[in-house]
Design a protein around this ligand. Structure first.
Ligand code: SRM
Ligand code: SF4
Length: 511
């Protein structure tokens, strides 16, 4: 067969491990077949981590980044059970990953997930990832379409309501779907394999639906923004379109070379016209031509701070979660805050942040006084506010450098050094796989090894110029192999030259 992963999928579908999880819990991780341990468990969202052998990572699915307090408490209890090993991260797909989990605890964990309508199934390897949508869906006065229901319906199709769906467990590779209903592209639609962008069918703006983008992806070898399929669908056709397009990708996507198995390579081979025609054939009806103009007309918002909702006298409060990291007590507190000040709703963003919604005008001051907001502020400084970081080598087996701790330390140093008149979005990826999307950032880093004074040291390639929201485009690599230990100086200079930073000493000297 084509390659190891195709071989092992042909030998046994990863979903088959659902039936084996009780046995695994009984025999312990060291007795699990190596292919099951290292690869197939990922179909259930469970990752073996060589940095913490026997302590697994679990990646959830949180469609549209929407949680409720009961679900957050369940996730908190899973992390709590891991004791000192327990940690959770909000991911760049509006999702949560938890670490420190023992295989013997997985059956009970799955039962808890089921009791609150959560699932981790098909969240990794050759499956469709978490479906992203606008984090302020349903509460944003300016939104065009409330994406929550669609994101859930697409997840239910793909996962058979969270139980697992063998029709979509053997894709050629990973696949990302985003559904934007807002005016500011809060999902980074253009970097997904399939994205829905709000657009009115006619100039008269009567019928709202979505223009479709396809083929966006980042990888170590190639980075591409999605391109138009030249198609428009009404909301009621979104789920069917996802199904049809995924079947085309499943049945015709390239499989031999995993570096070339993403959707864009099939589009390259066929051309967009043939790809579109095959999707139409699978859909069983012609697709309407794309609307001339889409409705992404705003700069991207980060949702941090207090914002009025479309519902009178209610607000959402966006909290900055430094590098997305939370521990069990934090998670219980988020659940309590959501219940005490809101209606229990919690939203996650692709910037690894968290929103508490439906907070009444009277309750906002009390929420802002809560001790937890010292750690997760609603008014962070302009550097911390735009910080995003991938897992890095603390846990990620393919990382080249450490990211989360290093990025926090550098951000604090730079905040001490400079006054920043604007938010600067800095994204850290520990390797060129680009999980933290450095190409969409104002300043993006991808980890590498480099040399300084004859010694091999941690370094980064630096990207700049990524724009988000309307006219989004990807940034370019502007500097290569910069030693991490030089970043305070190098990034400081970039902040002064490009973002109006003023050294604090100078600011004091020249008031
Ligand atoms: Fe990613 C592989 C973490 C978003 C591109 N990514 C990995 C693995 C699974 C590597 C591994 O073997 O373990 C990382 C797990 C490490 C760990 O222990 O946490 C990992 N990726 C992440 C997360 C957690 C980064 C974060 O800190 O937020 C994100 C999880 C999202 C989720 O909830 O599902 C994450 N990864 C992304 C994104 C961003 C996005 O989807 O918008 C990308 C770029 C977009 C894309 O995929 O086109 C991304 N990850 C990759 C790639 C390169 C894909 C390729 O075609 O080659 C890999 C490598 C691979 O798949 O072989 C990768
Ligand atoms: Fe791991 Fe690299 Fe992704 Fe960071 S960018 S999580 S180091 S694969």
């Amino acid at each position: 067969m084509a390659n190891k992963i195709e071989d092992l999928k042909a030998a046994k579908d990863g979903l088959a491990l659902k039936a084996e999880i009780d046995r695994f819990a009984a025999i312990g991780w060291e007795a699990i077949d190596d292919d099951d341990l290292q690869h197939r468990l990922k179909w259930l969202g469970i990752f073996f981590r060589k940095s913490t052998p026997g302590r697994f990572m679990v990646r959830m699915r949180i469609p549209n980044g929407l949680l409720n307090s009961a679900q957050m408490r369940v996730l908190a209890s899973v992390v709590e059970k891991c004791g000192e090993h327990g940690v959770a991260d909000i991911t760049t797909r509006q999702n949560i990953q938890m670490r420190g989990i023992l295989i013997e605890d997985v059956p009970e964990m799955f039962a808890k997930f089921r009791s609150v309508g959560l699932t981790s199934v098909q969240s990794a390897i050759d499956n469709v990832r978490n479906i992203t949508g606008s984090p302020v869906a349903g509460i944003d006065a300016d939104e065009l379409y409330d994406t929550r229901e669609l994101a859930m319906q697409v997840q239910n199709l793909l996962t058979n309501n969270g139980e697992g769906n063998p029709a979509f467990t053997n894709l050629p590779r990973k696949f990302n779907i985003a559904i934007a209903g807002c005016r500011d592209n809060s999902t980074h639609a253009e970097i997904n394999d399939l994205a829905f962008i709000p657009a009115f069918k006619e100039e008269s703006k009567e019928t709202l639906g979505f223009n479709i983008l396809v083929g966006g992806f980042f990888s170590a070898k190639r980075v591409e923004a999605a391109i138009p399929l030249n198609a428009w669908v009404p909301p009621e056709d979104v789920v069917d379109l996802c199904e049809a397009l995924l079947i085309v990708y499943r049945d015709h996507g390239l499989r031999e070379n995993r570096a070339k198995s993403r959707l864009m390579f099939l589009i390259d081979e066929w051309g967009i016209e043939k790809f579109r025609a095959e999707v139409e054939k699978q859909l069983g009806k012609p697709l309407a031509t794309a609307a001339a103009k889409d409705e992404i007309v705003w700069e991207k918002r980060d949702h941090i701070g207090v914002h009025p909702q479309k519902q009178a006298e209610l607000n959402y409060v966006g909290l900055q979660i430094p590098v997305g990291r939370m521990y069990a007590p934090d998670m219980y507190e988020f659940a309590r805050l959501a219940d005490t000040y809101g209606n229990g709703d919690i939203r996650l963003t692709v910037e690894q942040n968290l929103l508490i919604t439906n907070v009444s005008d009277e309750q906002v001051p009390a929420l802002l006084q809560e001790p937890l907001l010292q750690k997760f502020p609603a008014n962070p400084d302009n550097l911390m506010r735009g910080l995003v970081s991938c897992t890095g080598n603390q846990f990620c087996p393919v990382a080249i450098v450490e990211t989360k701790n290093r990025s926090l330390a550098l951000t604090k140093q730079l905040s001490e050094d400079y006054h920043l008149p604007q938010v600067v979005r800095i994204h850290w990826s520990g390797c060129p796989n680009s999980c933290a999307q450095p190409q969409v950032a104002d300043i993006g880093f991808t980890g590498c090894k480099t040399r300084k004074n004859g010694k091999v040291v941690d370094g980064v390639d630096i990207y700049m110029g990524g724009t988000v929201g309307k006219d989004a485009h990807l940034g370019k690599c502007v500097m290569e192999k910069i030693p991490c230990e030089d970043l305070r100086e190098v990034v400081g200079k970039l902040l002064v030259e490009h973002f109006g930073a003023v050294p604090k000493q100078q600011a004091i000297a020249e008031p």
